[in-house]
Design a protein around this ligand. Structure first.
Ligand code: AMP
Length: 302
């Protein structure tokens, strides 16, 4: 079993949805991805928090096999994001993005993490993702996530990044924005032309598509009533890469299974507020849900 390196935001989130307001719950792209990955493999986390971040959460992550030695604790407030969801949870508006200590984040990959074969570049500025790429040594697979904020605001750096990553995981709306196309076939072809040899397009409550050469695969979403979709994308990416790292290869079948396992973890993530459901989840729960994913698409041809 190989380990995976996760770099991204570790945050406080204030969430507003039809169920109420949830001030300063734990969030961040790296938090979700690390917790999701930890069900499959050892995780090394690189990020930054302020002294206001609860040590208890760091200890919880450590107890799950997440090495937090690369989590810098700096003077100043932890990154804080505030979001308002529509009542049907299908879209959200960012109300606040308070960078705090994240403003001066300059990821330093500890020496002993540099040869980690599987690397997850969580959603942060593409310049920072590029700096991580410069520090790691011959990784087997690099997965990157991004968002509209960087597609609009840091496109040249994002294009440079895409030439250096193996897998881009991106939601459908952002995939359209980045490619300039609408139809999925064209979107996928344009994004693959930008560098990555594998692409995963997430469609939220409709599942996900995998494009890896001839290996094209569609996974359904699990049918459930979401409570809070925050972090689902990061949980998907962390579960996907964690599964690949556990198996140590990128064979077509492994990638297909990884999409299902990532989807299974993401489906649990949305069942609770913030990381709460990921913290109560067991590996057995995931295995059972994967079986139910299989049942969803199982049929006898003729
Ligand atoms: P997701 O719902 O998968 O898009 O991820 C939500 C997480 O992204 C939240 O927990 C936020 O803390 C984090 N986040 C929001 N905006 C940013 C940003 N500009 N940079 C890094 N992380 C962010």
């Amino acid at each position: 079993m190989s380990s995976m390196l996760v770099v991204g935001s570790v945050a406080f989130d204030t969430l507003h949805n039809a169920r109420g307001s949830f001030p300063k719950v734990i969030g961040g792209s790296a938090t979700y991805a690390s917790l999701a990955g930890s069900f499959f493999t050892d995780v090394q986390l690189v990020g930054i928090v302020g002294r206001d971040f609860p040590d208890e959460l760091v200890q919880t992550m450590r107890s799950r096999g997440i090495d937090c030695d690369g989590l810098e604790v700096a003077d100043g407030p932890t990154f804080h994001w505030e979001g308002q969801y529509t009542d049907d949870l299908t879209s959200r508006t960012s109300l606040k993005t308070e960078l705090g200590v994240f403003a001066d984040f300059d990821p330093k990959i500890p020496e002993r993490f540099r040869q980690t074969p599987f690397v997850m570049l969580g959603n942060i500025a593409p310049e920072l993702q590029l700096s991580v790429l410069d520090q790691v040594e011959r990784p087997k697979l690099v997965v990157a996530d991004t968002m509209n904020f960087w597609i609009d605001g840091a496109r040249p750096a994002l294009e440079k990044l895409l030439r250096g990553v193996d897998v881009l995981v991106i939601n459908e709306e952002e995939a359209r924005q980045l490619s300039g196309h609408h139809h999925l076939v064209r979107v996928a072809s344009a994004l693959l032309d930008m560098g990555p040899r594998t692409l995963v397009i997430k469609q939220g409550e409709y599942g996900a598509w995998l494009f890896a050469g001839e290996n094209i695969f569609n996974a359904p979403a699990f049918l459930l009533e979401a409570v809070d979709p925050t972090g689902a994308g990061d949980a998907f990416a962390g579960g996907f890469l964690g599964y690949v790292a556990r198996h140590g290869n990128t064979e077509p079948e492994t990638l297909r299974q990884a999409v299902i396992y990532g989807s299974a973890v993401a489906s649990f993530c949305v069942e609770g507020i913030a990381v709460e459901r990921l913290l109560s989840l067991s590996r057995e729960d995931i295995v059972l849900r994967v079986q139910r994913f299989r049942d969803l698409v199982d049929f006898k041809p003729v």
